[in-house]
Design a protein around this ligand. Structure first.
Ligand SMILES: Cc1cc2nc3c(=O)[nH]c(=O)nc-3n(C[C@H](O)[C@H](O)[C@H](O)COP(=O)(O)OP(=O)(O)OC[C@H]3O[C@@H](n4cnc5c(N)ncnc54)[C@H](O)[C@@H]3O)c2cc1C
Length: 60
């Protein structure tokens, strides 16, 4: 991901692609971009999105 000239990271695009591909990774985090916490949290978010798509209630 390219940084803008002012050093800020661009707003990540988290929209599901074709409704059945979900993106995770620290760069998609709203709260901890660039950190382990962001990567882990985004994995949980993407897994929940997949479960919802499958009609399964996410845990927790
Ligand atoms: C030197 C360094 C020090 C850091 N120190 C800290 C720290 O102290 N604290 C902190 O919170 N964060 C730290 N970070 C940031 C942290 O490592 C990342 O934010 C975190 O690892 C991101 O997790 P992720 O799962 O999003 O991506 P990654 O951990 O990068 O995982 C992505 C995985 O996808 C794999 N992959 C890529 N392309 C493909 C492909 N085409 N097919 C299959 N697999 C693929 C990669 O091999 C990799 O295993 C540090 C980063 C670096 C580089």
């Amino acid at each position: 991901m390219r940084r803008r000239r002012n050093g800020a990271r661009p707003e990540p695009d988290r929209r599901p692609y074709e409704d059945n591909t979900h993106f995770a990774g620290e760069y998609t985090s709203e709260v901890a971009q660039g950190y382990m916490e962001g990567g882990a949290g985004s994995g949980v978010r993407a897994a929940d999105e997949v479960l919802v798509d499958l009609g399964v209630t996410p845990a927790g």
